[in-house]
Every structure is written in C-alpha cells, then in structure tokens.
Design a protein around this ligand. Sequence first.
Ligand SMILES: NC(=O)c1ccc[n+]([C@@H]2O[C@H](COP(=O)([O-])OP(=O)(O)OC[C@H]3O[C@@H](n4cnc5c(N)ncnc54)[C@H](O)[C@@H]3O)[C@@H](O)[C@H]2O)c1
Ligand SMILES: O=C(O)C[C@H](O)C(=O)O
Length: 308
Amino acid sequence: MKITVVGAGAVGASCAEYIAMKNFASEVVLLDIKEGYAEGKAMDLMQTASLNGFDTKITGSTSDYSKTAGSDIAVITSGIPRKPGMTREELIGINAGIVKTVSSSLIEHSPNVILIVVSNPMDTMTYLVHKTTGLPKHKIIGMGGALDSARFKYRLAEALEAPISDVDGMVIGGHSDKGMVPLIGHATRNSVKVSEFLAENRMQQVVEDTKVGGATLTKLLGTSAWYAPGAAVSGLVQAIACDQKKMFPCSTLLEGEYGLEDLCIGVPVLLGRNGIEKVVEIELSDAEKAKMQESAEGVKKTNGLLQF
Ligand SMILES: NC(=O)c1ccc[n+]([C@@H]2O[C@H](COP(=O)([O-])OP(=O)(O)OC[C@H]3O[C@@H](n4cnc5c(N)ncnc54)[C@H](O)[C@@H]3O)[C@@H](O)[C@H]2O)c1
Ligand SMILES: O=C(O)C[C@H](O)C(=O)O
C-alpha cells in the first residue's frame, strides 16, 4: 500500500507519522514545494523507526510527482493555515489554486488514486476536486468530521467527567465555525444518552465549544492544529487501506441524500478499500435537519466563490 501526503507541514508530517506508527502501509511519500523540506521531514521521521518500531518506508520529494506514481491513497494538506481571528473560508483565494494543481498532478501519476482533501476551506476544496478532476465521487473524501467528532468526544468527556473511551458522538455538516452540527441528541455515555447526565445548558456549552474547536486552538497556537488533524486523517487512511468498512463523518458529494445536492458536506459514510462505500442516512430531528440545511447554505455560499 503506497500513500502520498502532499504538504510536509504541520498536518502533513503529523499524518505521515501516525500512518507510519500504525505500521499498515509499506510506503509513505511526503511531497512539498519547499526545496528539501519533505526530504528533511522524511529523514527525521525515518530516524524514529527503530525507536518507535515501524517498518513503513517514508521518503520525501520536492515537487517531483513521479515519486508518487502508483499511490493507492493521497492526502492533500498543501496550502496555508489560518491565523488567529481568521475563518477557514478566508483561505480560499490561495488554497483553491494549490488544491487544483496538486490534485491534477497526483491523478496524472496515479490514475487509480483515492484522494483525501484536508486543505481549508475543506468542504469547498473537496467540491473543487469533484468539479475539476473527473474522479468518481467515491474516490474523493473530505476530512473534517472525523476531527470535529474527536473534539466533540473530548468536550463530552470533560462535561461528563468521564473517560473519553466511555463516550460516543458524531459531528456532521460543514467543517466551519458556524456550520458544524454536533449531534448532541445522539451522543451517549456507554449507550446511555448524555441528556440523562447533563443539563440542557451544559450540553449547549459542549456543542458551542466543539464548533469553535479549531479556532480555539488557532488562538492558542498562533496557527491551526496538527496532532488531532493528523491522527484523524490517519484513521481514514487506515480504514481504506485495511478495508475496515468503518463509519466516519466525511465530506462527500451529495446527490439527494439528506435532502441536499450539488455540494460536498460532512455526513456519515462507510470507508473501505473502494473509498466511500456507502453514505449512511440516519434519522435526524427537525431541529437537526434545519441546522444541516443552514450549514449547506453556508458551504454553497463559499462554493460560489470558486472559479473553475
Ligand atoms: N480539514 C481539516 O480538518 C484540517 C485540519 C487542520 C488543518 N487543515 C488545513 O490544512 C492545511 C495545512 O495546514 P498546516 O498546518 O499543515 O500548514 P503548514 O503551513 O504547516 O503546511 C502546509 C505545507 O504545504 C506546502 N505547500 C504549499 N503549496 C504547495 C504546493 N503547491 N505543493 C506542495 N506543497 C505545498 C507548504 O510548503 C507547507 O509546507 C491548511 O489549509 C489548514 O487550514 C485542515
Ligand atoms: O481550524 C483550522 O483552521 C484548521 C482545522 O480546520 C481544524 O479544525 O483544526
């Protein structure tokens, strides 16, 4: 299994590290536009192999896509991150051009590749890849919901004063400060609804803290987060590489599911060897449906800024 990660910055390197540590891939190629940067990150990571006990071979490349040829899965993390006070949507001007060029170069050298889009604004970048590459929709996956759900579980565990392994929950909708839809009504502690343990105002606090999870970290770090994003991507890559049929919320092209069409937005999907193997339609309450509709309108507004 050969995996390429484009962008050897904070998220790309973290993602390559988690993939290697899980030891399921034979090869990871890191590619970056900055001269020598991906080679340096790859060498540094390879020098952790004997310490961390993995056999995955990590190599680096400066803009040479021939090194990525025959990749089964490629992750696109290239582009600029936001700074404190910015929204993800403000990154569209620079990142759209980067994502368009990178996706076409990847496909040229790996026509059968499955693409995982990470660069922000992620739902719109995923839609751009659909509009410009001709790849089938099951091979284009936007990563956002897996990360947002991990943050939701962190906040739920905090509120419940419970171990994270005790809680379950999912975030659907757009990967944006306003557009995320944390499904608090479906969240559980050991299969018991969290509403059995938490007051309404505490549950709303969990929802609000989850939605601004990325912005909170950006304010603290001066740039956006990378450990949880890298771990979330590695989970998606592993589900595909190991044909796990695992369910994650991912951004995918909707064609009527959830009453939505002609956009990419986060919904639960099953991931396996073919990429997105099924969009899972769960029953939403009227309030959740309304939030999903509002989120879709926000994503479509950002999509409207794209120039193909
Ligand atoms: N979807 C998510 O959940 C999620 C999570 C975290 C970050 N992000 C996004 O991921 C992106 C990367 O974040 P980061 O923190 O790793 O940024 P970073 O600046 O640390 O790394 C980005 C890397 O991309 C490289 N790059 C730029 N243009 C390139 C090109 N044309 N080809 C190859 N490489 C190129 C840069 O040289 C840099 O090394 C940002 O857009 C950020 O908003 C998304
Ligand atoms: O917050 C960001 O801009 C980066 C990423 O989308 C995140 O949620 O961490």
